[in-house]
Design a protein around this ligand. Structure first.
Ligand SMILES: C[S@@+](CC[C@H](N)C(=O)[O-])C[C@H]1O[C@@H](n2cnc3c(N)ncnc32)[C@H](O)[C@@H]1O
Length: 304
């Protein structure tokens, strides 16, 4: 069924070997897929509701922070901006190049990568609320920034039209990761980079994802948590060669304490606005879980 969908879309460019790889990855991926599979519309509506709450708790970004070690007492804003910078460095950009931010949130990471590197960044989000916020940032760097409401499953851009692509904590929300990564592979020119940062699952000794992972995935409207190895295979199958996989789970864990602190203080306000506020136990589970980690993957688009 899924194969039919690929053939109807732009996947004709894949030769037989690629189709075989996709089928292989797909079988493994199906084994990891969680019960909850939110649609793009569900995720857009979710971020319309929760984006401000998470941004308030995460230093303006909607992603985790990076702390060098236990003794690093950087603020949440410094730590979350640091993660953006780690993504920006791995894109290996030259001034004037053009990259796509898939799942750009409120535009803070795109703005930072554009202005620090002198590159053009186009960001797409599935949330109308986030788009309005991101568009406000264009005033600050009108020559470098562009934002659009678009679905990662159908990128409205031509083949090879970007020098690179990054996706910070967006792919986790997308059930059909093969199509989303295929789209990223399509719009990046050969030699261009993909940098991917996201939560990943850790399989238990029985080879299965744990119950905590499933509960956390549902709370965060995440469509399953592949392991780092599974993401590596999915990325390879989408036409990229993986250059680096770094597990930074331990460096990100302080995020959950910061989020818990802010949410404790602000939960009542956000609840009154109708937002889905995770409770303390849910946040603690995320922070303590050894069933989850966080990876940063850098890859380069293969030549055809
Ligand atoms: C956790 S937020 C991360 C935002 C931003 N990358 C950051 O680091 O601040 C997840 C983002 O993925 C986007 N997203 C999820 N599914 C998407 C889809 N199918 N198409 C486009 N964007 C999507 C959401 O709209 C949201 O902006």
């Amino acid at each position: 069924m899924r194969l039919e969908v690929y053939i109807c879309s732009d996947f004709l460019l894949f030769d037989f070997i690629h189709v075989e790889m996709l089928l292989h990855v797909n079988v493994q991926w199906e084994e990891m897929t969680m019960t909850a599979e939110p649609t793009s519309a569900d995720v857009g509506a979710y971020y319309d509701r929760v984006s401000d709450m998470f941004a308030a708790a995460m230093g303006g970004n909607v992603h985790v922070g990076y702390w060098h070690d236990e003794s690093d007492d950087s603020s949440i804003e410094v730590a979350t901006d640091r993660l953006t910078d780690m993504v920006g460095e791995r894109l290996a950009l030259s001034q004037g190049q053009h990259v796509l931010d898939v799942g750009c949130g409120n535009g803070k990471p795109a703005h930072r990568i554009a202005t620090r590197n002198g590159v053009h960044v186009t960001g797409i989000t599935i949330s109308e609320h986030q788009l309005r916020q991101a568009l406000e940032r264009v005033k600050d760097a009108p020559d470098l920034l562009r934002f659009e409401l678009a679905d990662a499953l159908r990128l409205p851009f031509g083949d090879g039209s970007f020098d690179g692509v990054f996706a910070i904590e967006s792919l986790g929300h997308i059930a059909d990761k093969i199509t989303a990564l295929g789209e990223m592979g399509r719009i990046v020119r050969p030699g261009g980079r993909l940098v991917f940062a996201d939560l990943t699952g850790v399989l238990g000794e029985d080879g299965q994802a744990g119950k905590e992972t499933e509960a956390s995935a549902q709370m965060l409207m995440v469509a399953g948590l592949p392991t780092a190895d599974q993401y590596r295979e999915l990325i390879q199958a989408a036409g990229f060669d993986v250059l680096e996989v770094v597990d930074i789970g331990e460096n990100t864990r302080k995020t959950y304490d910061h989020v818990a602190d802010v949410l404790k203080a602000t939960a009542a306000d956000f609840k009154a606005e109708g937002q889905d506020v995770p409770d303390d136990a849910e946040l603690e589970e995320l922070s303590d879980s050894d069933e989850m980690t966080y990876v940063l993957i850098t890859a380069v688009r293969r030549a055809e």
